[in-house]
Design a protein around this ligand. Structure first.
Ligand code: MG
Length: 401
């Protein structure tokens, strides 16, 4: 078999660099044909291109491109906002590791080109659910999640041939760095504390999302989009009432599927994103390099508990937006991105993240998610409102002025 041609969008981020690890470990199976990045870490992109030798380098920020073009003679450097989305034409699989809503164009272009999308950018699926569902129906298009929980569910679902025998999806959550603390206790937490994740090594945005449980809330919507809706062959007819979240601090069980006979199938491994990345790259086969192998003699105990909705209201806000559907998840996602950015910049306190999102969602206009332009407009409107709302909150004590 010829090697699978892989394009990597968001190559300098956490998913991108871990994907390069997987590709380097499996040289006979995959060929890296392209990498894409904003260009705001020029030294990293240049180093990646020189080390891994993709033919094509895509840079989305034109202002950042000149020094990268100069440093990479002999490479095809594509520049501009559509450069990363253009990579789908040259690859069998596109890994979308772009951070945030900016990943939408890569998601849609890959599916519309009839290619396999290894999706780490959950925001595009959450914000643009109905539009992505249409693109998924393109002949040849496949969507394999890279998110560890959804990769786990994808594996567990292989235990049945009858889609109507799936009763419940159970997403596990590590609980983040603030598990077991009260809202009052969390009023004064710092950015550094929110970024100290106990089990997973990830970028700053998703690590803050993990501390608020918004990451799990977004993943509930992601699970509903991936497995719930009756979209052609993709759906299992699972509604929000059949998607549960359980806190599991060790992050060994990555998620579970309960079947109609009460049998539950789980996927277990030591937390290592290279496993779900390798799974999405190789599916329906598997890679041969073990990442996150369990040593059962060292594992010890596995604990499970219910999530604390009062301390972590973001989880409930996500269920609410998911149930409303349409552009509500786009609003949730946009308000969250604005609020997290403000928290990381010292402009609002950790506890205000959920307040900004709740206040923004109160203004949701109920617009339908008809096409990509409607999603982009909804995203822009929610960002504008969230930015307006967050100035009403006072910066936390000790934050830089
Ligand atoms: Mg996850």
């Amino acid at each position: 078999m010829p090697p699978v041609r892989v394009a990597l969008a968001g190559s300098t981020g956490s998913i991108g660099t871990q994907s390069l690890d997987v590709l380097a470990a499996e040289p006979g199976s995959f060929e890296l044909v392209a990498i894409g990045a904003t260009g705001r870490n020029p030294d990293v992109v240049i180093e990646q291109a020189r080390t891994h030798r993709p033919a094509i380098v895509a840079i989305s920020d034109p202002a950042a491109a000149a020094p990268i073009i100069d440093a990479l003679p002999g490479f095809e450097v594509r520049v501009g906002p559509e450069a990363m989305a253009s990579l789908a034409a040259d690859a069998d699989v596109v890994v979308n590791g772009v951070v945030g809503f900016a990943g939408l164009s890569v998601t849609l272009a890959t599916l519309e080109a009839g290619r396999r999308l290894a999706l780490a950018n959950k925001e595009s699926l959450i914000a643009a659910g109905p539009v992505v569902q249409r693109a998924r129906r393109t002949p040849g298009a496949e969507l394999v999640p890279v998110d560890s929980e959804h990769g786990a569910i994808h594996q567990c679902l292989r235990a049945t041939d009858n889609r109507s025998r799936v009763a419940r999806l159970v997403l596990t959550a590590s609980g983040g760095p603030f598990r077991g603390r009260s809202a009052a206790d969390l009023a004064r937490v710092t950015v550094a504390e929110a970024l100290a994740h106990p089990t997973w090594s990830m970028g700053p945005k998703i690590t803050v999302d993990s501390s608020t449980l918004m990451n799990k809330g977004l993943e509930v919507i992601e699970a509903h989009e991936l497995f719930g809706t009756p979209a052609g062959d993709a759906g299992y007819g699972i509604g929000f009432d059949e998607i549960d979240v359980v806190v599991h601090p060790q992050s060994i069980v990555h998620s579970m599927v309960e079947f109609t006979d009460a049998s539950t199938i789980a996927q277990l491994s030591i937390p290592d994103m290279r496993l779900p990345i390798g799974y999405a790259l190789a599916w329906p086969d598997r890679i041969t390099t073990p990442f996150g192998r369990i040593d059962w003699s060292q594992l010890g105990r596995l604990d499970f508990e219910a999530p604390d909705h009062a301390t972590f209201p973001c989880l409930g806000l996500a269920y609410e937006a998911g149930r409303i559907g349409g552009t509500a998840p786009a609003w949730l996602n946009a308000a969250n991105e604005v609020a997290v950015d403000a928290f990381l910049g010292g402009r609002i306190a950790w506890g205000d993240i959920s307040r900004v999102i709740a206040a923004t969602l109160e203004h949701h206009d109920g617009a339908p998610a008809t096409d990509a332009n409607a999603i982009i407009a909804a995203d822009a409107e929610a960002r504008r409102l969230a930015a307006e709302i967050l100035v009403q909150f006072t910066p936390p004590v000790g934050a830089p002025a």
